[in-house]
Ligand binder design. Structure first.
Ligand SMILES: [Zn+2]
Length: 202
């Protein structure tokens, strides 16, 4: 029997699971719905659940993986348990417990911001692509072209790392190397970012 509460406490945000299947959230945090022919991102995430406001598909992480994989919810739960484990982290003191919780919350947030960063680079690459090679290239285009593969590689290596031991080691290293940059991303790509930019970018 799978301990569902323990399993859910170990899962990454739904945005990260969707990214594993090739669906990267836009700046509003929505993805193209994989479950109906979708032209504008209709599927959103909230409180560890997904919902498509067009076809009304909805559910939790287990349902999402079941739909992506074309398997039953029970099989999806087993797949996620194999991938992320179901053992609650052992804690010796409440202080340590608190630090683990804080770190998990930080990595969840960092993953979402990093996805938004990649989406922004993609937007710069496409929107500022030079039409006249004789003119100087827009700096945003130059930067995006240089940076996008590196950013994507980091996402794959850090947030999608398996097995779990590797993932924790890489997240710790990522925290040390990119912690300050994540603060910058939070300022520029934080939660009101979607509303400010989506209309212009879409
Ligand atoms: Zn849908």
């Amino acid at each position: 029997m799978i301990d569902y509460a323990a399993l859910k406490s170990r899962l990454p945000p739904l945005e990260v699971i969707a990214a594993q299947y090739g669906y990267h959230p836009n700046r509003s945090g929505n993805i193209l719905c994989p479950f109906h022919p979708d032209t504008r991102p209709s599927l959103s995430f909230k409180n560890e659940r997904f919902h498509c406001f067009s076809c009304n598909a909805r559910g939790d992480a287990i349902d999402l993986v079941a739909r992506f994989e074309g398997i039953t919810a029970a099989q999806a739960a087993q797949l996620l348990a194999d991938r992320y484990g179901t053992t609650p982290p052992t804690v010796t003191t409440s202080q340590r417990d608190n630090r683990i919780e804080l770190f998990n919350a930080w990595t969840d947030r960092a993953a979402i911001l990093w996805i938004r960063y990649i989406r922004l680079l993609e937007h710069w690459r496409d929107a500022y692509r030079p039409s006249d090679p004789a003119q100087p290239f827009d700096e945003r285009f130059n930067f995006a072209v240089q940076e996008i593969d590196r950013a994507d590689y980091i996402f794959q290596e850090v947030f999608l790392a398996q097995p779990r031991e590797d993932r924790f080691t890489r997240l710790t290293q990522f925290y040390n190397e990119q912690g300050d940059f994540i603060k910058i991303l939070e300022r520029h790509l934080g939660d009101d970012y979607g509303e400010r930019h989506e209309a212009r970018v879409a």
